[in-house]
Design a protein around this ligand. Structure first.
Ligand code: IPD
Ligand code: CA
Ligand code: CA
Length: 267
């Protein structure tokens, strides 16, 4: 994608993300219709659907030749990432949205022929916009983000308790050893924000067992722009058409996490 096209698309996507955030904030105390998806802890609300519809309607009107992969299903059924594709999570962290009315984000990744061009992660209640354009750096609002060297013993990792349960992808004893090795673990309940925090350097990595394309599409671009590394458990690039486990971190600790913990503990 040429720079001018990327710039214009970024400005438009950013304007829609900010407008959607404003819609959510205005209605944050209004009653919600809450439904259950795959299990009783997998929630979707009338707001998730309304926000995705807002993006899909606008994208289809302004960019009719673009494709859309959206969590709530108002976009297209995609079997490839050819052309320009918007990958949308209208509310990432729906459980936080319902229970806490904060700690959730809008996440939009724009890809062209499978290459990440634009990433936007908007922490709606804090009004913090994390953004990245391919080759042009990552930002939190107007502040450019960059990574500094970190040692595994001083690292803070985003990690949920599922890794410590039995019969997981990586041996729970090895994950316990990882937790004892690092300085601390955190669990924010929004994969998109977890990735934005790794890009920002307020955490040094994030491991998740099963994420969908819309959870990670924007974050991948932010991470790449700060020189972080993101992969599946085999160390391979992520596939944005499937659900998969992810390992993401500051480049200085990625090999340690992979060699010492993930590979040794993989079941
Ligand atoms: C979820 C959140 C959560 C992650 C789940 C996702 P949703 O997304 O990102 O942190 O652990 O795997 O499904 O359902 O709130 O959009
Ligand atoms: Ca999500
Ligand atoms: Ca969602």
């Amino acid at each position: 994608m040429d720079k001018e096209k990327r710039k214009q698309l970024f400005q438009q996507a950013k304007a829609w993300v900010l407008a959607a955030g404003e819609m959510i904030r205005k209605q944050i105390n209004e009653p919600l219709e809450i439904n259950i998806k795959s299990n009783p802890n997998d929630l979707v609300t009338s707001m998730d659907k309304a926000i995705e519809k807002f993006f899909v309607t606008n994208i289809k009107e302004y960019y009719p030749d673009h494709a859309i992969l959206g969590e709530e299903g108002y976009g297209d059924e995609l079997t490839s990432l050819s052309g320009t594709v918007w990958i949308i999570d209208p509310i990432d962290g729906t459980t936080n949205f319902v229970h806490q009315k904060r700690n959730f984000a809008i996440s939009i990744g724009i890809y062209e022929e499978g290459i990440g061009e634009i990433g936007l992660i908007y922490d709606v209640m804090k009004d913090d916009l994390y953004s990245a354009k391919s080759g042009e750096g990552a930002y939190k609002n107007e502040q450019r983000l960059s990574h500094h060297p970190v040692h595994i013993k001083e690292a803070i990792l985003g990690l949920n308790h599922h890794w410590l349960c039995e019969n997981r992808l990586v041996d729970e004893k090895v994950m316990q050893k990882l937790i004892k090795t690092i300085r601390g673990a955190r669990s924010y309940g929004s994969a998109a924000l977890e990735l934005a925090f790794v890009a920002e350097g307020v955490t040094d990595g994030y491991l998740s067992m099963r994420l969908s394309p819309w959870d990670i599409a924007a974050g991948i671009i932010l991470i790449q722009e700060v020189g972080g590394i993101i992969s599946n458990l085999e160390g391979e690039p992520l596939n944005l058409l499937i659900k998969q486990p992810i390992v993401v971190s500051n480049s200085h600790i990625y090999q340690d996490i992979m060699e010492e913990f993930i590979k040794k503990g993989k079941k």
